[in-house]
Design a protein around this ligand. Structure first.
Ligand code: 13P
Ligand code: SF4
Length: 322
């Protein structure tokens, strides 16, 4: 089937099932083009919750599909490939996370959305990289904070908010590959270039960044910061499509990697394809299933995140009962 025919068929299937396609910025260009909405993790969760569509295809990784399902259990949520995991999810086994959580029952556990539904179910609030600072700042100052599973995001938040946190030692296998040493040289070779980095990068890389933010934050910086036309970008390659569309005249440079590898693709995000989207839509297959008990428990911290993001007051639990 030609790409054009595939796209036409996907559009027809979307109409037939009244489906919505949500795509993360790390998806290949053609998937971003066919999506109804493209965005960062927070935006996709918000759109999934707000949408009236009974069927949602989440072109991203599985935890993103699970988050939409948890927030909207009556919707049919499809993910094109169930192997689209995340190193932060696989690096945080539920049993180990609960034991860690139980050691600090009086602490508030803030968990990055890049986590399993089970880990979310024993957390107090979820966050994404675009609202994490707001979530941490909303916690009363006399409460201790546990943060997981991304230790780099956690340390960045400690610096931003001045709050001490106990961090789970997880990391993103893609973002930790950027080289601080090579970035320093690249910056010297491109005077005037601004370095934009995702907070999943290591501290040494973030130290050279002029702007640190989520994928949508990085996109917004390229759109609005007219002080330069050259940007060095330390995040996954998929974002370059929207960055270049936003500023066609800008010079966008991929931040350098350790060992000279070109490993800027997330192997999980890039498992998706137009063919797989077509396949799951035509048979309504690859439906995300989350145990109803888990949905019940995981919805509370996810909803707390949504409420804090919208500026609504929330009540924090005083003690972890699990
Ligand atoms: P964003 O929420 O910034 O899009 O990040 C998601 C992610 O997985 C980054 O690796
Ligand atoms: Fe997970 Fe990293 Fe891929 Fe994002 S880029 S989905 S954090 S492995």
């Amino acid at each position: 089937m030609t790409q054009q025919k595939l796209i036409e068929d996907i559009k027809a299937l979307k109409k037939e099932h009244n489906a919505l396609i949500l795509a993360h910025y790390y998806q290949e260009d053609a998937i971003q083009d066919i999506a109804d909405y493209c965005g960062d993790s927070l935006f996709l969760a918000q759109m999934g919750q707000k949408s009236e569509a009974p069927v949602i295809v989440l072109a991203g990784v599985v935890f993103m599909g699970e988050s939409v399902k948890i927030l909207s259990p009556t919707k049919t949520v499809l993910v094109p490939d169930f192997n689209a995991g995340c190193s932060l999810v696989s690096g945080t086994p539920y049993e180990d996370f609960v034991k860690w959580r139980q050691k600090y029952p009086e602490h508030i556990a803030v968990t990055y959305i890049n986590s399993s539904a089970a880990v979310k179910s024993v957390s107090d609030a979820i966050c994404t990289s675009s609202n994490a600072e707001k979530i941490i700042n909303s916690i009363p100052r006399d409460r201790g904070i546990l943060f997981g599973p991304d230790k780099n995001l956690g340390r960045f938040l400690e610096r931003k908010t001045g709050r001490e946190m106990i961090e789970w030692p997880g990391q993103c296998e893609v973002h930790v590959l950027f080289s601080a040493k090579k970035l320093f040289t690249m910056k010297e070779e491109n005077p005037g270039a601004l370095v934009l980095a995702h907070p999943e990068c290591e501290d040494a890389v973030l130290a050279y960044a002029d702007f640190i933010g989520s994928t949508s934050g990085i996109l917004n910086e390229v759109k609005t910061n007219k002080s330069t036309d050259t940007f060095i970008v330390a995040t996954e390659t998929g974002i370059f499509y929207q960055l270049q569309k936003a500023r066609p005249e800008a010079k966008l440079i991929q931040a350098p990697f350790e060992g000279g590898c070109q490993c800027n693709d997330c192997p999980y995000m890039k498992l998706n394809s137009l063919e797989k989207i077509h396949k799951c839509l035509s048979g309504l297959s690859n439906e995300v299933q989350v145990d109803p008990n888990l949905i019940e428990k995981a919805r509370l911290p996810l909803q707390r995140m949504m409420d804090i993001t919208d500026g609504k007051p929330v009540i924090w639990p005083t003690w972890f009962e699990g």
